[in-house]
Design a protein around this ligand. Structure first.
Ligand code: GLN
Length: 308
C-alpha cells in the first residue's frame, strides 16, 4: 500500500472543506486556533510514519486524554472500574448531566465528561492527584516516544475558569457518592488532563499500543494487557464520538476518540494508528474535516474492522 500517496491525496481532497464547522469557543485558548490547520499522520507498527499538513504543530488533545486515563484506571482497578462507570453509548452530548440523575450518578461510559471524572477519581485513589497526572504524562511520553509532551498551563487555567458545567457534574456525582476523593482535586486533575498538548505525529505514535495488544511495538513497553487494549478499542468504537459514535462507526469503521481541540485518534488493530487534526467541529463536537479525512482513509485503504 502506498500510504504516503494516500495520506497526501486525502489532504488535497479535504482542502476545500477546511475551515467549515466551528472551532471550540468555550475557552479563549481554543477559540484562537487556526481553523485552516490540518494534519493527517499514520504510524505503522514497524514505526514508519506517513504524514501530511501541520503534523508537528502542538494542539490541545482535550478528550483524547480520556483514553490514557482510562488505560491507567484499568491498570489500577481492573474490572472493579465498571462499578463506577458504565460501558454504554450515551446518545447525549459529551457534557450532558441529565442521565446522571436517573442512573444514581453512574456515568454511561468513560469518554463522556462525567465518565472521565469517575475514571480520574479512580486513578487518584490509587496514585494521588499529582501522581495521577504524572502517571498520565509518563504513559503518554512513553507511548509517544516524546518527552516534549506537556500540560499547557494556560489551557488548564481556562478550563478551570470556564469549567462550570464540569464542576457541576463533579459535585452532582459526589452527591451520589460516586466520587471518592475531594471533588476539587478530581476536577483540577481533569482540567489539567484536558490541557494535554501534543502534535498529530506524537498522538499517532501514542496510539500504537492499542493497535498492538497493549504493548508498544517500538520500545517494547507493556502499557496494558491485550484484553484491556481490546476493550478500550471497543469503547472507542461505541462511545468515542459521543452522540455521533454510531455515525463514526458507520462512516469510518475504526475505533476512534475525538477531542474538542479538533484531534481524532484512530486505531487500526494489527496495522497502526492514525491521527487527524482540524480544529473546526461538527454539531457533536467532533472534528468535521478530521472525520471526513478518516472516512476517506478507511474507504481508500479498506482499513475497517468490519471488513474481512
Ligand atoms: N475540556 C473539554 C470539556 O471538559 C473536553 C471535552 C471534549 O474534548 N469533548 O468539556
Amino acid at each position: 500500500m502506498n500510504w504516503e500517496k494516500i495520506i497526501k491525496g486525502i489532504h488535497r481532497e479535504v482542502d476545500p472543506i477546511l475551515g467549515k464547522g466551528a472551532v471550540a469557543s468555550y475557552i479563549p485558548a481554543l477559540a484562537s486556533a487556526n481553523p485552516k490547520s490540518f494534519a493527517l499522520v499514520l504510524t505503522t507498527l514497524d514505526g514508519a510514519v506517513y504524514k501530511s499538513g501541520d503534523a508537528d504543530t502542538p494542539f490541545s488533545a482535550q478528550s483524547i486524554s480520556k483514553l490514557f486515563m482510562l488505560t491507567l484506571a484499568l491498570e489500577a482497578l481492573g474490572g472493579r472500574l465498571w462499578k463506577r462507570v458504565g460501558r454504554e453509548p450515551s446518545g447525549n452530548a459529551f457534557n450532558s448531566i441529565s442521565q446522571l440523575e436517573y442512573e444514581c450518578g453512574i456515568p454511561r461510559n468513560p469518554f463522556i465528561n462525567a465518565g472521565a471524572l469517575a475514571v480520574t477519581d479512580a486513578v487518584i485513589s490509587s496514585a494521588g492527584d499529582r501522581g495521577a497526572l504524572d502517571d498520565m504524562l509518563t504513559l503518554v511520553r512513553t507511548a509517544s516516544g516524546s518527552s516534549r509532551v506537556r500540560i499547557d498551563p494556560e489551557v488548564a487555567q481556562s478550563e478551570r475558569e470556564w469549567g462550570h458545567r464540569n464542576i457541576s457534574l463533579g459535585h452532582f456525582m459526589k452527591s451520589f457518592g460516586v466520587i471518592d476523593n475531594d471533588v476539587d482535586q478530581v476536577l483540577n486533575t481533569y482540567f489539567c488532563q484536558c490541557a494535554l498538548e501534543m502534535t498529530a505525529t506524537e498522538l499517532s505514535r501514542a496510539g500504537l499500543y492499542l493497535a498492538n495488544g497493549g504493548q508498544d511495538p517500538i520500545n517494547g513497553a507493556k502499557i496494558t494487557r491485550p484484553g484491556r487494549a481490546i476493550r478500550i478499542n471497543a469503547l472507542m468504537m461505541t462511545c468515542g464520538h459521543y452522540d455521533m459514535s454510531g455515525d463514526f462507526a458507520f462512516r469510518v469503521g475504526l475505533p476512534g476518540k475525538s477531542g474538542v481541540g479538533g484531534g481524532i485518534l484512530c486505531i487500526i488493530p494489527g496495522i497502526g494508528s492514525l491521527c487527524a487534526w482540524s480544529p473546526p467541529l461538527n454539531e457533536a463536537g467532533n472534528s468535521l474535516a478530521g472525520t471526513r479525512a478518516l472516512e476517506l482513509f478507511a474507504r481508500r485503504t479498506g482499513m475497517n474492522v468490519f471488513r474481512n
